[in-house]
Design a protein around this ligand. Sequence first.
Ligand SMILES: C[S@@+](CC[C@H](N)C(=O)[O-])C[C@H]1O[C@@H](n2cnc3c(N)ncnc32)[C@H](O)[C@@H]1O
Length: 443
Amino acid sequence: MERGSAPERSRLRRFSALQLLLCVESQTLTSVLAIVLAQHSFQDNASGMDYMEALSNFMNGASEAAVYERYAAASQAVESALCCPVEYAGDFLAAIPQEIIDKDYGCGDPTPYVRSGETVLDLGSGAGKLCYMLAQVVGQHGQVIGVDCNTEMLALARKHQSTVAERLGFSNVNFRYGLIQDLQLDLDLFGQQLKQQPIHSPGDWLASRSIVDRLRRQRPLVASDSVDCIVSNCVLNLVRLEDRRQLFGEMFRVLKRGGRAAISDIVSDESVPEHLQQDGRLWSGCLSGAFREDQFLEAFAEAGFHGMEIVKRQSEPWQTIEGIEFRSVTVVAFKGKQGPCLERNQALIYKGPFRKVEDDDGHTFPRGERMAVCDKTFNLLQQQPYRDSFEPVEPIEPISLDNAEQFDCKRSKQRDPRETKGQDYDVTIESQEACCGDDGSCC
Ligand SMILES: C[S@@+](CC[C@H](N)C(=O)[O-])C[C@H]1O[C@@H](n2cnc3c(N)ncnc32)[C@H](O)[C@@H]1O
């Protein structure tokens, strides 16, 4: 691995135990205590690399420490091994300083899934290229938030903020220091608190947990239900396996109802064996932490997302290791299927071309059949990404929400046309206008 010049390396070694502690802070008391103990061994040995080794040992090689070190170095000198060729849509690069463009470590382009005026969150924003592109997509009435846990990367991204703002004529990007699996904890604020109450012992750390709880509650890094679209470019695969459920839970928490995630990441076609996962270089290189492609989609479903779709998948692998193919995909997923199921006599007809489809709530829609749905499903399946696949059937006599009863969403059943029209409906309407064209065609 290229690690930059000697002065850069010594600077990296000097990054404080506190930064590492912040980067690896975890929900579980035992793992954080172990990190604090590793920090003590670092202080005793007064050597950054000893601390790195202690931490790497503790985290069994495939560690956040390896990720931290590699991206701190990659913020200083371009690391070509981390670059996966991407063609970006639109002409958004002209306003972005070359230093940022050079330190692009993404593997896809989620910008086409973001709209003007939206609030967007970029997970693992790195040098900030995607954020600065999205600043132009959302425009001055939108907002872009980049989150990264690497202070060197954050410094690089923040360095060019005023230049980009001048070129665009507005400033709508904000880079925040945090872990993407813990979007509640603002690590800049936590760092300020720790200056006043430093951690020297496990007891100090235990005391600091109440500070952390208060910060999470009162001044969250990203508030719940506040984001229209989450994007990420080649980052989720770097998150520890044990933190991934929490990562998807956090993505779900911060999205508004009806919001979406558009995530570009590296996936594998087979399960990655443990000996590759243990390799810190392969892990930090966005390879051995890759989700297996089917499990990537399943992780969204488990967190409560719906409508997951692979909108882009590299046909050729980016890299192949021991026969396992690693390639970039972009997946879009939506939030908003939760809520009460109310009966308003509505129906949906699946238009085809498949014989039948099943939605993320387990409702089956055979092609061409008029299926009974609750009000929530009726509205949901008329939005993206389903809109073009269904024909809605409203009842002639609408049932108001106040009068609507519970709908049994557990089973799929047909809606008799008499339910939507009414039992006594016996109207006869003949066509009023001749609709035959000059060419003799009739409807
Ligand atoms: C492969 S780079 C991608 C950077 C950027 N998205 C791009 O397209 O150039 C991964 C970035 O994610 C950050 N990162 C990795 N794990 C993280 C975590 N758990 N929380 C926050 N940031 C993380 C790294 O510091 C690094 O900046």
